[in-house]
Write a protein that binds this ligand. Structure first.
Ligand code: FES
Ligand SMILES: [Fe+2]
Length: 374
C-alpha cells in the first residue's frame, strides 16, 4: 500500500511495479499535473521566519502566493494577518503596531489580531464601523522559529510543527544558514534527498555516499538510507582537528539517512552529525529555507560536570562553527537547482533521466500532499 502509518521498505523489481500499478487509481485523486507545478498541502505548519526577525515593526512574508504580515503586540505576542488593508488593499506591513493592533500606513485603519477592523480615525463619531475582516492565520513560535498554518485553522491544533529536539540540548552545537532558491520547492527536496552529487561539493563534502541501501515510506515521509564514507566524527581532540586539517583525516563507514518529513527535511550522518532544512515555499518559482546543522559534543562526558551556565556560554561561543561550510554547500546546490528550474522553464516537455529511486518516492509524496487545482 502507498500510505501506511508504519514505515515500510520498498524494493526494486516486480514488487515495486505491482505497487505502482495498485496505486495508480489512488494517485489520481491527488495532483496529476507536472511535478514542477504541484502546489503545497496548506494543512501543515510552515516555518515562515526566525523568531528574532519579528520585533516591533510589522514584517512581510509570503507563503505559496499568500502575503502575510507578522507583528508582535505590545505584550510580545505574535500575530499573522493577510498583508492587505481592507480599505484600499495596500500592504499592512507598511503600517505600525499600536498596542495589540496593527495600523495601516495610509488612512490609519486599525485591525486587531483576529483581522477585524476595530478603529477608523476619521469616521464620524456616531457612524458604525464597516463590517470588514481580513484573514488571520494560526501561528506559533517553537525552537527559535515562527511557524504558520496557511490551511484550515480548525486543523492547526491537531498538528504540530516539525520536532527539533537538539534545539535545547547543550551537547548539540547549532549552525544556521538561510537559503533562497528561485525554483519550485520540489527541486530543493530532490537535491536534499539525492546523495549522489558529492562531486559537486568536492572539498566541502564531509562524506561520500557509497550506495543507496533502502527507501522507506510512511504517510507523510520518505526516508532513504545510504552507506557513506566520512571523516566526520567527534570523540576526541584528534577527531576535531581532522575537521579542519585535511591531511589528518581518517575515513570510516557510517549510515547516512535523509528524510523528507513533509514539508521539511532532516538528515543524520553517523552519531555526531544532524541537519534540518525548514522549508517555506513562497511561490511556484521561489523557495526560502533555513538549514540548521548540529554537531554533537556528547562524547565529551566530562562536560556534563561543568555548571550549566558555562556550558551555555561554550555552546554560544561554538555556535555557527559550521556556517561557512554550510554556506558553501548551499551556494553550489542553489546554482544547480536554479539551472534545473531554468531548463524546465525553457523546455517543459523535455524529460530528465532519473536513476535514483528515492526521487520517484519524493515526487509521489509531493503529489499526495498537493491539492489538485479545481
Ligand atoms: S488603505 Fe488602509 S486605511 Fe486606507
Ligand atoms: Fe548538495
Amino acid at each position: 500500500m502507498e500510505q501506511t502509518g508504519k514505515p515500510q521498505a520498498f524494493t526494486c523489481g516486480m514488487d515495486e511495479m505491482e505497487s505502482e500499478i495498485a496505486n495508480c487509481s489512488k494517485r489520481n485523486e491527488h495532483f496529476s499535473g507536472h511535478i514542477r507545478l504541484a502546489g503545497i498541502n496548506p494543512n501543515c505548519w510552515y516555518m515562515i521566519a526566525k523568531s528574532s526577525d519579528i520585533k516591533e515593526r510589522p514584517v512581510r512574508r509570503e507563503i505559496w502566493n499568500q502575503p502575510v504580515v507578522l507583528f508582535r503586540t505590545g505584550h510580545g505576542e505574535l500575530r499573522a494577518l493577510e498583508d492587505r488593508c481592507a480599505h484600499r488593499l495596500v500592504r499592512l506591513s507598511h503600517g505600525r503596531v499600536k498596542d495589540d493592533r496593527i495600523e495601516c500606513a495610509y488612512h490609519g485603519w486599525q485591525y486587531n489580531g483576529d483581522g477585524r477592523c476595530v478603529h477608523i480615525p476619521h469616521l464620524a463619531s456616531r457612524a458604525s464601523l464597516p463590517n470588514c475582516q481580513i484573514r488571520s492565520f494560526s501561528i506559533v513560535e517553537k525552537r527559535g522559529f515562527v511557524w504558520l498554518f496557511p490551511g484550515d485553522p480548525e486543523l492547526s491544533g491537531s498538528l504540530a510543527p516539525m520536532e527539533m529536539k537538539e534545539w535545547e540540548d547543550l551537547n548539540e552545537i547549532p549552525s544556521f544558514v538561510r537559503l533562497t532558491c528561485r525554483a519550485h520547492f520540489s527541486y530543493l527536496i530532490e537535491n536534499l534527498m539525492d546523495m549522489y552529487h558529492g562531486s559537486l561539493h568536492a572539498q566541502y563534502q564531509v562524506w561520500t555516499a557509497q550506495s543507496l541501501q533502502e527507501v522507506m515510506e510512511a504517510e507523510n515521509q520518505v526516508t532513504a538510507t545510504y552507506q557513506a564514507t566520512t571523516y566526520y566524527r567527534i570523540k576526541d581532540l584528534g577527531s576535531i582537528l581532522q575537521l579542519f586539517i585535511p591531511s589528518l583525516r581518517k575515513l570510516h563507514s557510517a549510515p547516512l539517512t535523509v528524510t523528507y518529513d513533509y514539508p521539511n527535511w532532516k538528515s543524520t550522518l553517523g552519531e555526531d552529525f544532524k541537519i534540518y532544512c525548514l522549508i517555506c515555499p513562497v511561490n511556484e518559482r521561489l523557495t526560502e529555507a533555513y538549514l540548521i546543522h548540529y554537531t554533537s559534543i556528547a562524547k565529551f562526558k566530562s562536560l556534563n560536570d561543568v555548571p550549566v551556565v558555562f556550558r551555555r556560554l561554550l555552546r554560544r561561543a561554538l555556535s555557527n562553527v559550521a556556517k561557512r561550510l554550510l554556506a558553501n554547500l548551499v551556494r553550489q546546490d542553489v546554482l544547480m537547482i536554479e539551472e534545473e528550474q531554468s531548463a524546465f522553464d525553457k523546455d517543459p516537455v523535455h524529460p530528465p533521466v532519473e536513476v535514483n529511486r528515492t526521487i520517484r518516492r519524493v515526487q509521489q509524496l509531493i503529489r499526495r500532499q498537493a491539492v489538485n487545482p479545481s
